[in-house]
Design a protein around this ligand. Structure first.
Ligand code: UTP
Length: 408
């Protein structure tokens, strides 16, 4: 794309300020900026004007979860079925590590965060150690795909190499990068993070499968005969990955996706809750739960909307391929976005100053026909690290790790 083409694209979206410093740039930076303008989808920014509009949702109804008592009863059967699939190489794992982890406030990728007290214990190390439990149990290496973003790819890959993959088999680890989306101020003008670079943010965790396809990683999945992908967040240091019991339960129930869930701690707890929306599996956000829904009861007199998602899903690959080209809703998220001001100075704001645009993995669930919510014990499998202190923090996760016998 040449200068004039770039200018006319920017005019179309009212973003001409992107070229404000163009004349000052070195030739290679000029070319990089033109390439970024060409690659950027500015149409998402037009959504700023809809930022406060409510997204219309369908009709919610309860979706029963498979609860601990039933899982305990059928554990042996599920475990055997899960192990069989794992040993046959049909299960892969996908670590979503492309997020910025802004709440934790470290400049490094979140997985590099050291949560140890008397020794080093990195978040990535905990996750690999959990996956290694299943590798040992099944005597099978499980393909691990790690999604990074433009902001943390190099550092993540380097860290894994330096740490010798924490004992994992390097041949079974594949990195791929997610896409980026421009970040804008409240009026819908994209921010610049350098004179020759538009500010961008990872485009959410909903694009992981499309990014796998774009990076050619889906070819590895197909070649290896992987039929199920267990996707999981970087920040839950207690989670079980490729858990044979969960895998077996999802397979035997012939569900398109299995979703690990925990019983809510309070009826208004801030977690997304598994449900049906217009008869299809979905997740209702805590702020969408009405009083009536919070108090609704199932046939056993238990709360009908009682199980929160923990971002650990087992997707059937064929179903993912089938829904790949379907539209996903775009979410607008308020964020602190570093930018250069009128004087060309880099500002790192203390408070949110604009929007980033994301698709979310939970919206994929609604595109599928069936889902098995699978209950796990909260204190054993859910220790998310979002913040340094307080709720869902390094502190709370350390406490839970200790309770589970992990040395820190
Ligand atoms: P979070 O919702 O916690 O987002 O991500 P975040 O960006 O990492 O953290 P904050 O909000 O800035 O503090 C949940 C999971 O989804 C991944 C994260 O890495 C985490 O595992 N994620 C999120 C991506 O892989 N890409 C994204 O664009 C966003």
């Amino acid at each position: 794309m040449n200068y004039n083409e770039a200018l006319s694209k920017l005019k179309e979206f009212d973003q001409e300020h992107v070229l404000k410093y163009y004349d000052e740039l070195e030739t290679d930076k000029k070319l990089e900026l033109l390439a970024q303008i060409e690659a950027t989808d500015f149409s998402v920014v037009a959504m700023c004007k809809d930022a406060n509009k409510e997204v219309s949702k369908g009709e919610f109804s309860p979706l029963a979860a498979m609860q601990l008592s039933e899982i305990e009863e059928k554990k042996e059967e599920f475990e055997q079925a899960g192990l069989k699939a794992i040993k046959a190489g049909k299960v892969g794992a996908v670590l979503l590590a492309g997020g910025m982890g802004t709440r934790l406030g470290s400049d490094d990728p979140k997985g590099m965060y050291n949560i140890g007290i008397t020794k080093d214990v990195f978040i990535f190390e905990r996750l690999i150690s959990n996956l290694l439990d299943v590798v040992r149990q099944s005597s099978t290496w499980i393909h691990l795909f790690i999604m990074t973003s433009d902001k943390n790819h190099e550092a993540t890959v380097k860290f894994f190499k330096e740490k010798d993959y924490f004992g994992y088999n390097e041949e079974y680890v594949t990195f791929f990068m997610q896409e980026m989306a421009p970040a804008a101020d409240y009026s819908g003008k994209v921010y610049m993070e350098e004179k020759g670079k538009i500010a961008t943010s990872p485009n959410g965790n909903g694009g992981w499968f499309i990014s796998m396809a774009k990076w050619g990683v889906l070819d590895i999945v197909k070649r290896a005969g992987i039929e199920w992908l267990n996707i999981f967040a970087v920040d839950n240091v207690l989670q079980r990955i490729a858990d044979p019991v969960f895998v077996g339960a999802t397979l035997l129930n012939n569900a398109a996706v299995g979703s690990k869930v925990v019983k809510k701690a309070a009826k208004d707890e801030k977690v997304g809750v598994m449900c049906l929306e217009d008869g299809k599996p979905s997740i209702v956000e805590y702020y969408e739960l009405t009083e009536e829904m919070m108090d609704a009861k199932d046939a056993n007199g238990e709360p009908a909307y009682n199980f929160g998602v923990i971002l650990n899903y087992l997707f059937r690959v064929q179903d993912l391929i089938d829904i790949m080209n379907k539209n996903m809703p775009l979410h607008i998220v308020e964020k602190k976005i570093p930018y250069i001001d009128e004087n060309g100075e880099l500002i790192k704001p203390e408070e949110p100053n604009g929007y980033k645009f994301e698709t979310l993995v939970l919206d994929m669930i609604h595109l599928l026909d069936s889902c098995l919510p699978f209950e796990v014990i909260r204190n054993k499998e859910f220790a998310p690290i979002k913040n340094k202190t307080g709720v869902d923090s390094v502190e709370s996760a350390r406490e839970l790790l200790k309770q589970n016998g992990v040395e820190l």
